[in-house]
Design a protein around this ligand. Structure first.
Ligand code: 5GP
Ligand code: MN
Length: 343
């Protein structure tokens, strides 16, 4: 990740006018990185004297409820007073964090597109960002958006401005997007950043406990059910998939975020190189894909599920029934394997 002086100077100029009206938006189904980067970046901007509103399209998972300042984030889906819509309409600057295309905002896309006057700044780590931003901090070689925010803070203000609350927020994103520090891009620079965050005195075991050991009983039982009853293997045990219907989710009192980590679990099987999760929603099926090593699920998601993401973690959508979605996956995996996609 190399942030140039030209980029930071452009951002500095945008922020030098006092009391700018700023909106920070992040993606649908906001995760630890989306929320963590939004909270930390909000604190930076508020410290500079700007007026900041954080908006997410739908609710963040309940295991992030403990994060400092999270109740200030406006959830567009349930925002009856229209706080998000008016903040977006009046914004001078809109920061887009942890996503690469406005379409990823789904129900919030049109509202955002409605403000054509605001400057748009992207801070992200996904591949192939849309080009229509006024300023872009796009680093697909960064393990999280929180690490990009950290690098921006370091370069523009110095890490001494990082408070324990900001450090916690940044740590959450770095931890969750790296799968608890086990995926790719675990660079020395990331560990140097973590050391600086640790120096603020944050309680790191408490953060891990708050995020990973805060599930409901229903979620634990759903997990067992999904692995035992719903996980299927293809291609001589090298490709996995799992599906959950709405009726199955209801049976285990499903809450937003409960299926987090399910798709990764199949990759704990030594032979499995690629894993998919199909989660039914009212209007479509959400597809999550994970892989190991050179198996490129970003490519797979783009080619077969109209989606994208990163090489080893991607997603998309399907607008046909669960059975048809699975049949499409099975066929697509075969074609992908024949083209050498599974190595
Ligand atoms: P998850 O499986 O955690 O929902 O998503 C994994 C990754 O895939 C995320 O980094 C996310 O940005 C990307 N992703 C998920 N769904 C979509 C989608 O519908 N379209 C695109 N372009 N990317 C997606
Ligand atoms: Mn991220």
């Amino acid at each position: 990740m190399e942030i140039t002086l030209q980029q930071t100077e452009s951002l500095r100029r945008m922020l030098e006018t006092p009391a700018r009206r700023i909106v920070i938006v992040s993606h649908t189904n906001p995760d630890g990185d989306a929320v963590g980067s939004s909270l930390a970046w909000r604190d930076v901007l508020v410290r500079m004297g700007h007026r900041v509103t954080c908006v997410v399209p739908n609710r963040y998972p309940y295991f992030l409820d403990w994060m400092t300042g999270i109740d200030g984030i406006v959830t567009f889906k349930t925002d009856e007073k229209g706080v998000a819509a008016s903040a977006i309409a009046e914004a001078d600057i809109i920061f887009c964090l942890d996503f690469n295309a406005v379409s990823r905002l789904e129900i919030l896309s049109d509202t955002l597109a409605g403000n054509t006057a605001a400057k748009r700044v992207l801070i992200d780590h996904h591949l192939s960002p849309d080009p229509d931003f006024d300023l872009m901090f796009s680093y697909p070689d960064s393990s999280s958006t929180c690490f990009v925010v950290y690098a921006l803070i370091e370069k523009m203000f110095g890490t001494q401005i990082i408070t324990p609350a900001m450090a916690e927020a940044l740590y959450v994103g770095m931890m969750t997007d790296t799968g608890n520090f086990s995926f790719s891009y675990l660079t020395p620079a990331l560990y140097r950043a973590l050391a600086v965050l640790a120096e603020t005195g944050i309680d790191i075991p408490r953060i891990h406990n708050n995020v990973y050991n805060a599930y409901t009983e229903g979620r634990a039982r759903l997990f067992g059910y999904a692995i035992d009853r719903k996980m299927k293997l293809l291609e001589e045990g090298t490709v996995a998939y799992m599906s959950l219907l709405e009726s199955e989710m209801r049976r285990f009192q499903f809450q937003q975020g409960d299926s987090e980590g399910f798709v990764n679990y199949a990759l704990t099987i030594k032979k499995v190189k690629m894993s998919a999760m199909f989660l039914a929603h009212r209007k479509f099926i959400r597809v999550s894909l994970r892989s190991r090593g050179d198996v490129d699920v970003n490519l797979f998601a783009r080619r077969y599920f109209n989606g994208g993401g990163h090489r080893n973690a991607a997603g998309g959508k399907s607008f046909v029934s669960m059975d048809d979605t699975i049949a499409h996956y099975v066929r697509s995996v075969r074609e992908f394997a024949e083209a050498g996609g599974l190595g």
